[in-house]
Design a binder for this molecule. Structure first.
Ligand SMILES: Nc1nc2c(ncn2[C@@H]2O[C@H](COP(=O)(O)OP(=O)(O)OP(=O)(O)O)[C@@H](O)[C@H]2O)c(=O)[nH]1
Ligand SMILES: [Mg+2]
Length: 261
């Protein structure tokens, strides 16, 4: 059994910085995790990369050799990964031991977790290789200053939930930038009525019915709750990690082993 976090979210939402802080936190508490870079466009890392998609294919090469643009080139790279799950990826995964814990730092292209099937097929492959996987969706806390941006972030998160069909944790990142935590409190576990009144205040009356349906959709999928993450606080990182661990039953086997021993 392997364990994995699939770290996804819009570009610039804080995925790689979280991965780096998570790695340092785990080092501090004496826990081993392995960082996997799945972003063919990534250039700099502040964590040790244990497996790197750029060994298989890099965006620079694709843009240079095939003359593709950055977004089309990135999708091409991810589809090349999809074509190589059974050899390159399996070769990488075979290098890990049972109970190893992997963190996949994904690219920010929203297409990858809304309609392009690559990540879904990637996840299905991981499950077949006996990995318990949790999707960790990042939304920048600066988004919630505007209810319409917040709703768009929620829709992307819902789309990822439906597309990936994984245990799913939503993170509101960069909480150190939020001067008054009260400004975001009502968005951590959003009430339909609060969202609806804010949307109606901000949008023209002709959008009234759409606003009502959007607010009810977010409310119906009560899974769209966000955990605030402040990377300055070890306790905040640990709180997020323990939520994700329980989603993938990490540590439960160890508990069972300990009690049986
Ligand atoms: N203040 C603050 N800035 C952050 C935090 N996390 C990330 N940033 C900044 O936000 C920007 C983007 O952070 P990344 O971690 O690269 O975001 P990403 O989601 O990996 O971005 P892509 O790889 O392009 O999808 C960088 O300038 C970071 O320094 C945070 O917790 N607090
Ligand atoms: Mg990144």
């Amino acid at each position: 059994m392997g364990y994995a976090q699939l770290v996804i979210g819009p570009a610039g939402s804080g995925k790689s910085t979280y991965c780096s802080s998570l790695y340092q936190h785990c080092e501090t508490v004496g826990r081993t995790i392995h960082m996997v870079n799945l972003d063919p466009a990534a250039e700099h890392f502040s964590y040790p990369v244990s497996t790197d998609i750029r060994e298989l294919i890099s965006l620079d090469d694709v843009m240079e050799e095939l003359g593709m643009g950055p977004n089309g080139g990135l999708i091409y790279c991810m589809e090349h990964l999809e074509d190589n799950l059974d050899d390159w990826l399996d070769e990488q995964l075979d290098g890990y031991l049972d109970d190893d814990y992997l963190v996949f730092d994904c690219p920010g292209q929203i297409e990858l977790f809304t309609h392009v099937p690559v990540l879904r097929n990637f996840v299905e492959h991981l499950k077949r290789k006996n990995f318990n996987v949790c999707a960790v969706y990042f939304l920048d806390s600066q988004f919630v200053s505007d209810v319409t941006k917040y709703i768009s972030g929620c829709m992307a998160s819902l789309s990822a939930m439906i597309q990936l069909e994984l245990p799913h944790i939503n993170i509101l990142s960069k909480m150190d930038l939020v001067s008054n935590k009260k400004d975001v409190e009502e968005y951590l576990n959003p009430e339909a009525q609060v969202l609806l009144s804010q949307l109606n205040r901000q949008m023209a009356p002709k959008f009234g019915k759409l606003n009502k349906s959007l607010a009810e959709l977010v409310d119906d999928y009560s899974m769209v709750n966000f955990i605030p993450l402040d990377l300055r606080k070890e306790s905040s990182i640990q709180y997020v990690l323990s939520h994700i661990d329980s989603c993938i039953q990490y540590g439960e086997d160890a508990d069972v082993k300990r009690t049986s021993e």
